[in-house]
Design a protein around this ligand. Structure first.
Ligand code: HEM
Ligand SMILES: [Ca+2]
Ligand SMILES: [Ca+2]
Length: 296
């Protein structure tokens, strides 16, 4: 099992080393904080939090980076490489890439104005992975509320965890291809917001697919509860965002977070810890990778 003081003796400088590199990366590009937080989610939802998302393709397997949810989308791998190098300098061969993702996600949230919390460490790194697992296990932005609830439940996460974790969309950007159907076809969207987003995202698929828009139109670089205020105003960017406030079973939770930032923060922390507990490799399973991009 994971513990809070896992590297207390073996790598006492871990936290300051990671945080310093994350701060530099976010100072250079604010969006990087969002990208790093998302990497932890994409790792944990595919074979658990085992660093699988970081593996490059090899001759023996095709990894997760070219799966639909990640291709042209997941970013921050160079920053993870920098953090891993810095950590290897202070304690070589000790800290897993899976744990580095967990610390990095926690620090990114805090640096962008969100809460901080103690995390549990002791994960080991996967030696392999598969593209098809990533395609199957990461929820699509076209998901219905029931599909999202089912997927989260299968991982031991509740509807409350789903809503709280979706609050991560208070930061970062999405590509037109992922919100086109919502802004052109859905009716659960504020019409003037839809028009604004349509102006940056052509209706014809294949044109402007990579054009970006902020997931939170109000405060896209601050980790706050504005995402939930947007949902109450029918200004969610993704179909999978707005289904959380649609007259369904998640409405009351969204409403609560939209008026009470501290309840969002405390439930987000709980949910991040639960997500970080999804089937870690421990004991003699897996390994401590030397380079996060490949098995030793
Ligand atoms: C509920 C299911 C979820 C769905 C369907 C979903 C879907 C998406 C999509 C489609 C994007 C935009 C990607 C692109 O257009 O390239 C995105 C971005 C993002 N997601 Fe999620 N997401 C979900 C849950 C989460 C969770 C649980 C977290 C973290 C705890 C998270 C964090 C982020 C962040 C921070 C971004 C912005 C990344 C950046 O700007 O680089 N998402 N998500
Ligand atoms: Ca994984
Ligand atoms: Ca925000």
């Amino acid at each position: 099992t994971l513990t809070k003081d896992y590297y207390y003796n073996s790598c006492p400088k871990l936290y300051e080393t990671v945080k310093c590199t994350v701060e530099t990366a976010i100072a250079k590009e604010t969006r990087m904080g969002a990208s790093l937080l998302r990497l932890f989610f994409h790792d944990c939802f595919v074979n658990g939090c085992d660093g699988s998302v970081l593996l490059d393709d090899t001759s023996s397997f095709t990894g997760e980076k070219t799966a639909i949810p990640n291709k042209n989308s997941a970013r921050g791998f160079e920053v993870i490489d920098q953090i891993k190098s810095a950590v290897e300098e202070v304690c070589p061969g000790v800290v897993s890439c899976a744990d580095i993702l967990a610390v990095t996600a926690r620090d990114s949230v805090e640096i962008l104005g969100g809460p901080t919390w103690d995390i549990k460490l002791g994960r080991r790194d996967a030696r392999t992975t598969s593209k098809s697992a990533a395609n199957k296990d990461i929820p699509a932005p076209s998901s219905t509320l029931n599909q999202l609830i089912k997927r989260y439940n299968a991982l031991g996460l509740s509807t409350k965890d789903l809503v709280a974790l979706s609050g991560a969309h208070t930061i970062g950007q999405a590509r037109c291809t992922n919100f086109r159907a919502h802004i052109y076809n859905d009716t659960d969207i504020d019409t003037s917001f839809a028009r604004t987003r349509q102006s940056g995202c052509p209706k014809t698929s294949g044109s402007g697919d990579n054009n970006l828009a902020p997931l939170d139109l109000a405060t896209p670089t601050s980790f706050d509860n504005h995402y939930f205020k947007n949902l109450v105003d029918s200004k969610g960017l993704l179909h999978s965002d707005q289904v959380l406030f649609n007259g369904g079973s998640a409405d009351s939770i969204v409403h609560e977070y939209s008026t009470n930032p501290s309840s969002f923060f405390s439930d987000f922390i709980t949910a991040m810890i639960k997500m970080g507990d999804i089937s870690p490799l421990t004991g003699s399973n897996g390994e401590i990778r030397k380079n996060c991009r490949r098995a030793n």
